[in-house]
Design a binder for this molecule. Structure first.
Ligand code: ZN
Length: 375
């Protein structure tokens, strides 16, 4: 029996892959595509376990040595490739040390939760060297498992020379190997790569599933889980990121962003918007706005007692930034307007309105509200 119990939803993908496994008709290369945080990476690992698992009755069993090693991301036959930011360091050995450190951190995040999303605030790439090393890896016989597997995260970050090198592997996959490529969008890839893979689309995860997972994984209250499930738009990875307890970066940045909007004059606001739209990727801006929604939620909780327990409220009351922002959002309807405008801004950015324009419009709406309050 094939049981992808670690995968949330994605029934169609599970059905297709289970069918192929049963008939022993897996493709050599898969391209998993869909939004960030919907389970592409997690499914890559489960598939790597399924083809190598030692159990005969249920695969992947999660209990055998091979399944366990793959879960811990230390199986020698399963190679994992992540896009990395530019490496800092003067000498080659320093760069290599930096690279190993980054990979260790990434693996730590992914072993803590396979749905956790990885974030870099710089442009990332997969270099041609990675693809060369991957080829060497595939040319060797499996060490412990039955099949060599390579999982490449966010293949759209592949460098041009890397893509060329990759094409050759896809044309003639060495021996008994399985390649799993993941991407957010097929549109950003070379057609020659796409056409050599079997495509599997990962859909957005229904809100109720996300809510359930947040309650189970992070022990969130039903109300809080429901709120975060609503704003994470079908991505469990994003929901986990937004729900993490220790004041996630998105909220800290959002507080700075909102404070700036209320404390400074307009020209400074414009400068800031310019800076953000140059330095942040579209996803980071969307995250910043999600952060604003979470801040609005905190404000409504402190002032009007929704969402939080008394203990959580007490904790939030110590937050100086929130205290300041409370002076600008005094009524419940003002907070609702804030949330509504944030949602509108997100939609505009998702529909490809320029980030600078969308952010500026958002801030003007919020500032407008402030001026109305002063009158
Ligand atoms: Zn197993």
């Amino acid at each position: 029996m094939i049981d992808f119990e670690n995968i949330v939803d994605q029934e169609l993908v599970k059905k297709i892959l289970s069918g192929a496994l049963k008939k022993d008709k897996l493709a050599h290369a898969y391209l998993f595509y869909g939004e960030q945080g919907v389970g592409k990476w997690a499914m890559g690992l489960e598939l790597a376990k399924a083809v190598n698992c030692e159990n005969k009755k249920i695969i992947p069993c999660q209990k055998c040595n091979i399944c366990k090693k793959i879960s811990r991301l230390i199986h020698p036959d399963v190679r994992l490739i992540f896009p990395l930011p530019p490496l800092e360091g003067k000498s080659e050995s320093q760069k290599e040390a930096e690279k190993q450190k980054l990979i260790r951190n990434l693996k730590e995040i992914k072993t803590s939760d396979t749905y956790a999303t990885l974030r870099f605030f710089k442009k990332t790439t997969i270099s041609v060297d990675e693809i060369r090393e991957m080829k060497n890896h595939l040319n060797l016989k499996p060490n412990e498992g039955k099949k060599k597997v390579v999982i490449i995260k966010d293949i759209e970050n592949l460098s041009y020379s890397g893509a060329n090198s990759m094409l050759k592997v896809l044309e003639e996959p060495p021996g008994d190997s399985l390649l799993i490529l993941t991407t957010k969008s097929v549109d950003r890839l070379l057609l020659t790569i796409v056409s050599r893979c079997q495509l599997l689309k990962f859909s957005l995860i229904p809100k109720d599933f996300i809510k359930g997972e947040l309650e189970k994984r992070l022990k969130l209250s039903s109300k809080k889980a429901s709120f975060i499930a609503n704003i994470s738009k079908g991505s469990l990875g994003k929901a986990i990121y937004l729900a993490q307890k220790e004041g996630p970066l998105a909220q800290k940045k959002a507080k700075d962003f909102l404070k700036l909007c209320f404390e400074n004059d307009f020209s400074e606001t414009i400068d800031f918007v310019e800076k953000v739209s140059k330095e942040y990727t579209r996803e980071e801006v969307l995250e910043l706005i999600d952060g604003c929604i979470l801040v609005f939620k905190d404000l409504s909780s402190i002032s009007f007692g929704c969402f939080f327990s008394e203990a959580e409220k007490k904790e939030k009351l110590k937050d100086k930034d929130l205290e300041l922002l409370r002076t600008f959002f005094k009524s419940f309807s003002q907070i609702v307007i804030g949330i509504r405008e944030a949602e509108k801004t997100k939609r505009a950015i998702e529909q490809n309105v320029g980030v600078d324009l969308a952010l500026l419009a958002f801030l003007i709406k919020l500032k407008d509200k402030k001026e109305l309050m002063v009158k």
